[in-house]
Design a protein around this ligand. Structure first.
Ligand SMILES: C[S@@+](CC[C@H](N)C(=O)[O-])C[C@H]1O[C@@H](n2cnc3c(N)ncnc32)[C@H](O)[C@@H]1O
Length: 301
């Protein structure tokens, strides 16, 4: 993966054992249906902290909120670095009350794709491509785009995560990202009205969410409409789009059909070349057990 700061050490019995930089964490993983390869007692000996939900240790719980139990001394916040050739950025890790730690390591192939696409489009247009990252969280994808020389707009509805993303930009030695705290759908509709176009759009929408003014986001009800709006602000001449989905059990085929239909790709493009790829993002543990974590669609033209 080109990432010395992250390893999935083992998985099984509804948990995963991961190393993020200096620390080893045990987190719930409802998809790890198999047996652990390293004995459970060894997991507890290795880990600095373990997150449990109301479901308890090793249970197939669906809840995300819970508690961290410290097993060894560790900092509440610490840095990790992603490096792949000249793509480099740093992220601050933090123990949140929702088992998340500020980064989704399985997304690394998306960061590599974004970086390469920005470079390609930049060369083609002879200027900085405009990239919009929607549901952008702590900003790894924004940093990948910025690192490649894009003019980046980072949007999330939660002020605290935007502040976190800003810190990550500064820690990475990058600058000049445009920060927007807004409802994603509302912003896209406004950009469409203004006639603004982007050469790159990145989307990682959750199953449920809220805009800052209480706007309700519900993936199954709004995703198709949302994508159709996004299509109106994508530069049809030269651009890339990444859609990542990790909830509702949606498949990669479903995600591809959604992009094809909402973007009208098959009927509108009249022989113009575009490449649409789709698949699953996964992490392999040290014992080659592959853990699927999300699905993606990538459009390149
Ligand atoms: C799981 S995160 C995406 C992860 C991110 N792409 C990454 O790889 O680091 C989903 C994000 O969507 C944001 N969100 C939820 N509802 C929203 C809305 N209506 N408009 C904009 N952002 C929203 C949340 O604050 C959260 O940061």
């Amino acid at each position: 993966m080109g990432w010395k700061d992250y390893e999935l050490l083992d998985s099984g019995e509804f948990e995963k054992l991961e190393r993020f930089g200096d620390y080893i964490l045990i987190r719930p993983e409802p998809k790890a249906l198999w047996k652990k390869s390293i004995p459970a007692t060894e997991w507890s000996r290795m880990a600095h902290t373990r997150f449990t939900t109301g479901a308890g240790f090793g249970k197939a719980g669906k809840e995300d909120s819970g508690t961290w139990h410290k097993l060894k001394r560790m900092d509440e916040q610490w840095p990790v670095e992603y490096r792949k050739g000249s793509l480099r950025f740093s992220m601050r890790m933090g123990l949140t009350s929702f088992k998340h730690v500020g980064i989704f390591p399985e997304q690394a192939p998306n960061w590599d794709f974004i970086y390469n696409e920005v470079k390609r489009i930049k060369t083609g247009m002879g200027g900085a491509p405009k990239v919009l990252n929607l549901f952008a969280y702590t900003g790894a994808a924004s940093l990948a785009a910025k690192c490649a020389g894009a003019d980046v707009t980072h949007l999330d509805s939660v002020r605290q995560v935007v502040t976190w993303a800003k810190g990550n930009m500064e820690m990475s030695g990058l600058d000049n990202i445009r920060w927007v705290i807004e409802d994603a759908l509302k912003f896209v509709k406004r950009e469409a009205k203004r006639g603004n176009l982007y050469q790159g759009i990145i989307m990682d929408p959750p199953a449920y969410g809220h805009g800052p003014d209480g706007e309700k986001w519900k993936l199954d009800e709004l995703l198709y409409e949302f994508l159709a709006e996004v299509n109106t602000i994508v530069d049809k001449k030269r651009s890339f789009v990444v859609l990542n989905l990790y909830s509702n059990g949606y498949s990669a085929v479903l995600a591809e059909t959604l992009v094809n239909t909402s973007f009208g790709l098959k009927k509108d493009e009249n022989g113009k070349s575009h490449t649409l790829t789709f698949g699953e993002l996964m992490l392999k543990d040290k014992f080659e057990k592959a853990l699927p974590l999300s699905v993606f669609v990538r459009l390149s033209r």
